[in-house]
Ligand binder design. Sequence first.
Ligand code: BYC
Length: 482
Amino acid sequence: MSMIAVDYDGLIPNNVGLGHDVRVKRALEKWHPGYIGWWMDMGPDGFQNALVYLRTAIGVDPKGWAKFDYVRMPEYRWGILLAPQREGRKIAFGSHKGEDAWQEVPGEYRAMLRRLIVIQGDTEPASVEQQRHLGKTAPSLYDLRNLFQVNVEEGRHLWAMVYLLHKYFGTDGRDEAEALLERRSGDPDTPRMLGAFNEKTPDWLSFFMFTYFTDRDGKMQLESLAQSGFDPLSRTCRFMLTEEAHHMFVGETGVTRIVQRTCEAMKEAGIKDPYEIEKIRKLGVIDLPTIQKKANLHFSLTLDLFGNEISTNAANAFHAGLKGRFREERLTDDHQLENGTYPVLRFMDGEIRKDDTPALSALNMRLRDDYVADCQLGVDRWNKVIAEIGIPFELKLPHVAFHRHIGEFSRTNADVDGKVLSPAEWTHKRTDFLPSEADKSFIESLMEPHYEVGKFASWIAPPKVGIDNKPGDFEYVKIHDA
Ligand code: BYC
């Protein structure tokens, strides 16, 4: 049965018939206080009593799933929402291609499936932890509201994975759900599982780069998991993707607005050379070369999230029908990949070159290629803004070998053009490519809160359109009405 209506009566809004599933309902109600405890300890620092103009999911019908209203964040209705079941859905790839999608966990793949769900689940609270201090330096109420919207939805994505663990994985699922509340981003003893989720998000430029680049990895991974033969995972990822789109919008428009403000300020001051950094910084805006360095950092950290270029884990997950490719259904090959090859960029004999590799082993690489192409689209739009204002500068994605910690290129030091450097050259040039301490302190010096209605920090342009079509003077967060 396809369920669209959401039951809002109980503690946990849902469209999965939780009211009739006493075991899972009780287990989730038991998990709930721990979640709220985590949110109060590790969610946004301050603002928990502020009234935030948030979007809450009230259905899964694409035409009207969201409702906007003022909500105190701890009272947000985090719910379990799965996209409607597709009658007769078949597994689209791997060795089970053509068989009915699984409604229960296939025993032979239990451990692999649980691992994928736990990794996905772990990233969601991690990002909230990374962003918890940002409210204190928000450049406007509009941005503050967007930060909190992203945060509550990441919280909901955690609920989505925890539901799957409780419903389908018995005692070990319950243990994993507890552990998701115990790990902490950046904690040396109990870190989050993937590298980029243990890094700091120290300022708003990083926040926008993170939501542009790292949430886009979220999109790619969720698209691949949405292909899963395990139908409940597919359905939950399909709905999560609708929320993820807003997070990437926040990132893309955030960087656009910073770039726009910088270029406008340069034009007003008659500065043509984007490398006149000190002069530009005196205008209270972020110079384009520093924006480029932040992009280099966040892009390279995010590439690590795709795992090793050549991966048996990825091959096994595809073969088993658990994790597909980006938009698998639009691809025209045999969807089994037993024979074909895929060109993988490798570090061999001291140089970077392409190597044809069995396609099944190269799935992480392939997804990463799709990701890079998707990232480029937004970079092109940023460059259009720069060109329209008439500043001679182009933002670029660095080479995929640059600043890597996982995979082929973790063994080498490549610059942003993919030129292999000696360790000494790398040390010498590092701050040409990545933010230096001076760059970081300059950005930090700009991070002052702007909580007046309709006002924005000097370094960011106002958005073109308000959220939910609200006017420019709309009070997106009522901080003092608490
Ligand atoms: N850090 O065979 P390999 C999101 C480990 S973001 C640390 O290449 P595989 C979001 C790996 O675990 C999307 N360790 O790995 C965005 C393995 O260890 P074991 C999150 C790493 O499995 C913003 C070993 O190295 N979702 O949603 O092919 C805000 C061998 O590696 C890393 C997913 O990632 C790393 N970066 O690929 C909020 C989807 N990379 O098991 C949310 C689920 C690899 O041998 N995850 N290792 O001890 C997966 O599909 C895969 O596990 C990975 C890794 C793509 C992560």
